[in-house]
Design a protein around this ligand. Structure first.
Ligand code: C5P
Length: 227
């Protein structure tokens, strides 16, 4: 078991990103946002004018893309081809296309290899590393010291994403966000390679009726009890 690794998986809108960053900061840990990596490759695909469902062309773009992942939870940064890729990777175009890109097996192979390297280089840090995604506990680090699977009702998740969009200054409405959340979950859970699912040994935390502080409290207890 890799005691220094906390794996946080689950669908979007569970508060995963917010609590992962806060947990990492509280533990003095490094932080890795694997969703940002799939988003950055998707941005490269869209910039190249390529159809995100064209696996061969997507693979070529993914191989050529130069990703740089900042791992400070207080200042997470994603670079694509030498330039800051935030906030573009959070925009609606990338969000609409990312599930197709992340279903391409070669994209996953490339990014999982990069993720494992980043994790290996942080694992001996005193605070360890917090890694968030969809397949961290099942595929990327199956021997993580703690695996958490965050869930929430789809209503709660759509409401949170809409609030997040508003606070980031993006336009969105509850109905279309609800539809988008369900569409993306179906694609992420239904893909052939590394589908979104709970690892057998992951602890499930239902965040429907919890605020961020409540989720963080539960996670902190789990970290303390991991032995
Ligand atoms: O977490 P976030 O919403 O940024 O993730 C964006 C997308 O990236 C997900 O909907 C999923 O398609 C993909 N993803 C993935 N595996 C991961 C992390 C994200 O397939 N480990």
């Amino acid at each position: 078991r890799l005691r220094g690794v906390v794996a946080l998986d689950g669908p979007s809108g569970t508060g995963k990103s917010t609590v992962s960053k806060k947990l990492a900061a509280a533990l003095g840990a490094t932080y890795l946002d694997t969703g940002a990596m799939y988003r950055a490759v998707t941005l490269a695909v869209l910039r190249a004018g390529i159809d995100p469902t064209e696996a061969a062309a997507v693979t070529r773009v993914a191989r050529a893309a130069e990703l740089g992942m900042g791992t400070d939870p207080l200042a997470p940064a994603v670079r694509l081809d030498g330039a800051d890729a935030e906030p573009e990777i959070r925009g609606p175009e990338v969000t609409a296309a990312v599930s197709a890109v992340s279903a391409v097996p070669e994209v996953r192979r490339l990014l999982v290899a990069m993720q494992r390297e980043l994790i290996a280089s942080a694992i001996d840090d005193p605070g360890g590393i917090v890694v968030e995604g969809r397949d961290i506990g099942t595929v990327v680090v199956p021997d993580a010291g703690l695996k958490v699977y965050l869930t929430a009702s789809s209503d709660a998740r759509a409401a949170r994403r809409t609030a997040q969009d508003a606070s980031d200054g993006r336009e969105s409405d509850l109905r279309s966000t609800h539809a988008d959340v369900q569409r993306r979950d179906a694609l992420d859970s239904g893909r052939a390679v590394a589908p979104l699912r709970q690892a057998e040994d992951a602890v499930e935390v239902d965040t429907t009726d919890l605020d961020i502080a409540g989720v963080l409290e539960q996670l902190t207890k789990l970290v303390e009890s991991r032995g």
